[in-house]
Design a protein around this ligand. Structure first.
Ligand code: CA
Length: 493
């Protein structure tokens, strides 16, 4: 098929049509945005997985809408979270790459964010789980009041795993303080220490960066999922008179994968599969709490992932609970997609995305193109708030798509590791010259041939047939458009 690219170019600069309106009753729904870490497109039963069992995610998919072309704004962690929170593609902003655990907050207080907008709309706002957007000012001092952080950009409450499970500090932060810190044993971090060096071990597991001190405050790796689920449910209970917004970011299924003993061996495809079972259990805890608190009917619940799947991150932690290829037992973690976390192919950013709001979202599936960066404009529309001109430059109002209308985004920049950018327009996927070959290496993105690659996802979802030679005009036009998107500084009309 040959797309009418000139029409698509015009659409780039035109507002997206949307028929969505705030709840007719005037009632604002609770909103829960649940972000998994490193769950791939093929990791859930409702997306085709057969080896692992995900009954709670599958229930959600039956009761809600399962999106088949939803994307994380980036193929790695920090930039995805940045773009979700601000509605701005992270590649526009220096310093938004994968952060060390001693990095300061990368979102300036005062910016319009998803939580700050919802707080203004009358919501109680909370974040529970993995943060990885920096805390305080660089280098973070974890022994004092840690500011600025989530409470300075719109959240009323925060319970945080500060960076990642495989980065120090390995402690919980509640609001402005490390939980259980003994002042006589202050935390000091040394990020010149690489994972696997003798000084990198915490709880017997190699981390990125050394942590000295804070021993009484150390988290227990096999209890991370339970603690996060417990704090999330407690926030829901406290806020049940609503409306509330909960950003629930799990550590599952990022490395180090140390699922609780009750999940060990349950998947039959290695510890990675067991970690998926742990993630699904967390989804189940949220569903049960909503039912118990009689909030299911008035809650928009979204479950998705921060980037595509990856089997393991290699390195010396292989022996510490990270699945080896032969332990995966044929489980296709990214389903039919090419590429993995970090790459410019669809396996880098296309992720599971399930949205449930009983009575408002018709159960089914949707092939609408949506992105986590769209949450800002979409919740603004949902709550009847005007988004300021400068806010959310790459955030489209896709509320109509979330509510079951077909209209989604018309184009999307797919952001791979090392700021490699690919472009989606309709069925076309351009992997520009600099990025061609991304995914051929383990993390991809920087090597490969000089020629751009073009795929038609309508009949080649797996990006197996490069048709750039057959459609040079499409390659030229999409290459120019990507340059326009970079130069214009925004994509929102
Ligand atoms: Ca991730």
């Amino acid at each position: 098929m040959k797309p009418a690219l000139t029409i698509l170019t015009a659409l780039l600069l035109a507002p997206l049509a949307t028929s969505a309106a705030p709840d007719a009753s005037g009632q604002k729904p609770n909103i829960i945005f649940m972000l998994a870490d490193d769950i791939g497109y093929g990791d859930l039963g409702c997306y085709g997985a057969t080896r692992v069992k995900t009954p709670h995610c599958d229930r959600l998919a039956r009761e809600g809408c399962r999106f088949t072309d939803a994307h994380a704004p980036s193929a790695v962690c920090t930039p995805t979270r940045y773009a979700f929170m601000t509605g701005e593609y992270a590649w526009r902003r220096q310093g938004t790459g994968i952060l060390p655990g001693n990095a300061g907050l990368i979102i300036e207080p005062g910016r319009v964010t998803v939580p700050s907008l919802l707080k203004q709309a009358g919501y109680t706002t909370g974040v529970v789980g993995k943060w990885h957007l920096g805390l305080g000012t660089t280098p973070t001092d974890y022994n004092v009041e840690i500011k600025p952080g989530p409470l300075e950009i719109g959240f009323d409450y925060a319970w945080l795993l500060p960076a990642t499970g495989d980065r120090t500090p390995c402690v919980w932060v509640e609001n402005h303080r490390v939980v259980g810190l003994d002042p006589a044993d202050p935390i000091r971090l040394d990020y010149s220490v690489k994972r696997g060096e003798p000084r990198s071990f915490v709880n017997g597991i190699p981390r990125i960066g050394e942590q000295v001190g804070g021993r009484a405050a150390l988290w227990k790796d096999d209890e991370i999922a339970d603690v996060i689920a417990g704090k999330a449910v407690a926030f829901m209970e406290r806020s049940k008179d609503g409306p509330f917004f909960l950003y629930l970011a799990t550590h599952d299924i990022h490395v180090p994968r140390v699922p609780n003993a009750r999940f060990k061996g349950t998947s039959g495809c290695g510890v990675r599969g067991d970690a998926i079972h742990s993630f699904d259990w967390t989804v189940g805890q949220v569903l049960a709490a909503l039912d118990r608190l009689d909030l299911t009917g008035n809650t928009l619940l979204i479950v998705t992932s921060d980037n595509g799947g990856v089997l393991d991150n290699n390195g010396p932690d292989m022996e510490h609970g990270i699945g080896s290829p032969d332990a995966n037992e044929g489980h296709l973690f990214n389903g039919p997609l090419r590429g993995v976390k970090g790459t410019a192919y669809e396996g880098g950013t296309r992720v599971p995305f399930i949205a449930r709001w009983p009575g408002r979202i018709p159960p089914g599936t949707s092939d609408a193109l949506v992105c986590h960066a769209d949450m800002l404009a979409s919740v603004a529309a949902l709550t009847g708030r005007e988004l300021p001109e400068a806010a959310g430059p790459d955030s489209f109002n896709v509320l109509a798509a979330l509510l079951g209308d077909k209209a989604g985004r018309e184009h999307l920049v797919e952001h791979a590791h090392s700021n490699v950018l690919a472009l989606r327009v309709g069925p076309w996927k351009l992997v520009p010259a600099a990025a061609a070959g991304a995914g051929k290496g383990k993390r991809g993105g920087k090597r490969g041939p000089a020629a751009a690659e073009l795929y038609n996802l309508a009949d080649d979802l797996g990006e197996t047939r490069d048709v750039a030679d057959r459609h040079p005009e499409v390659v030229r036009e999409m290459t120019e458009r990507l340059e326009q998107i970079r130069e214009r500084g925004r994509t929102r009309p």
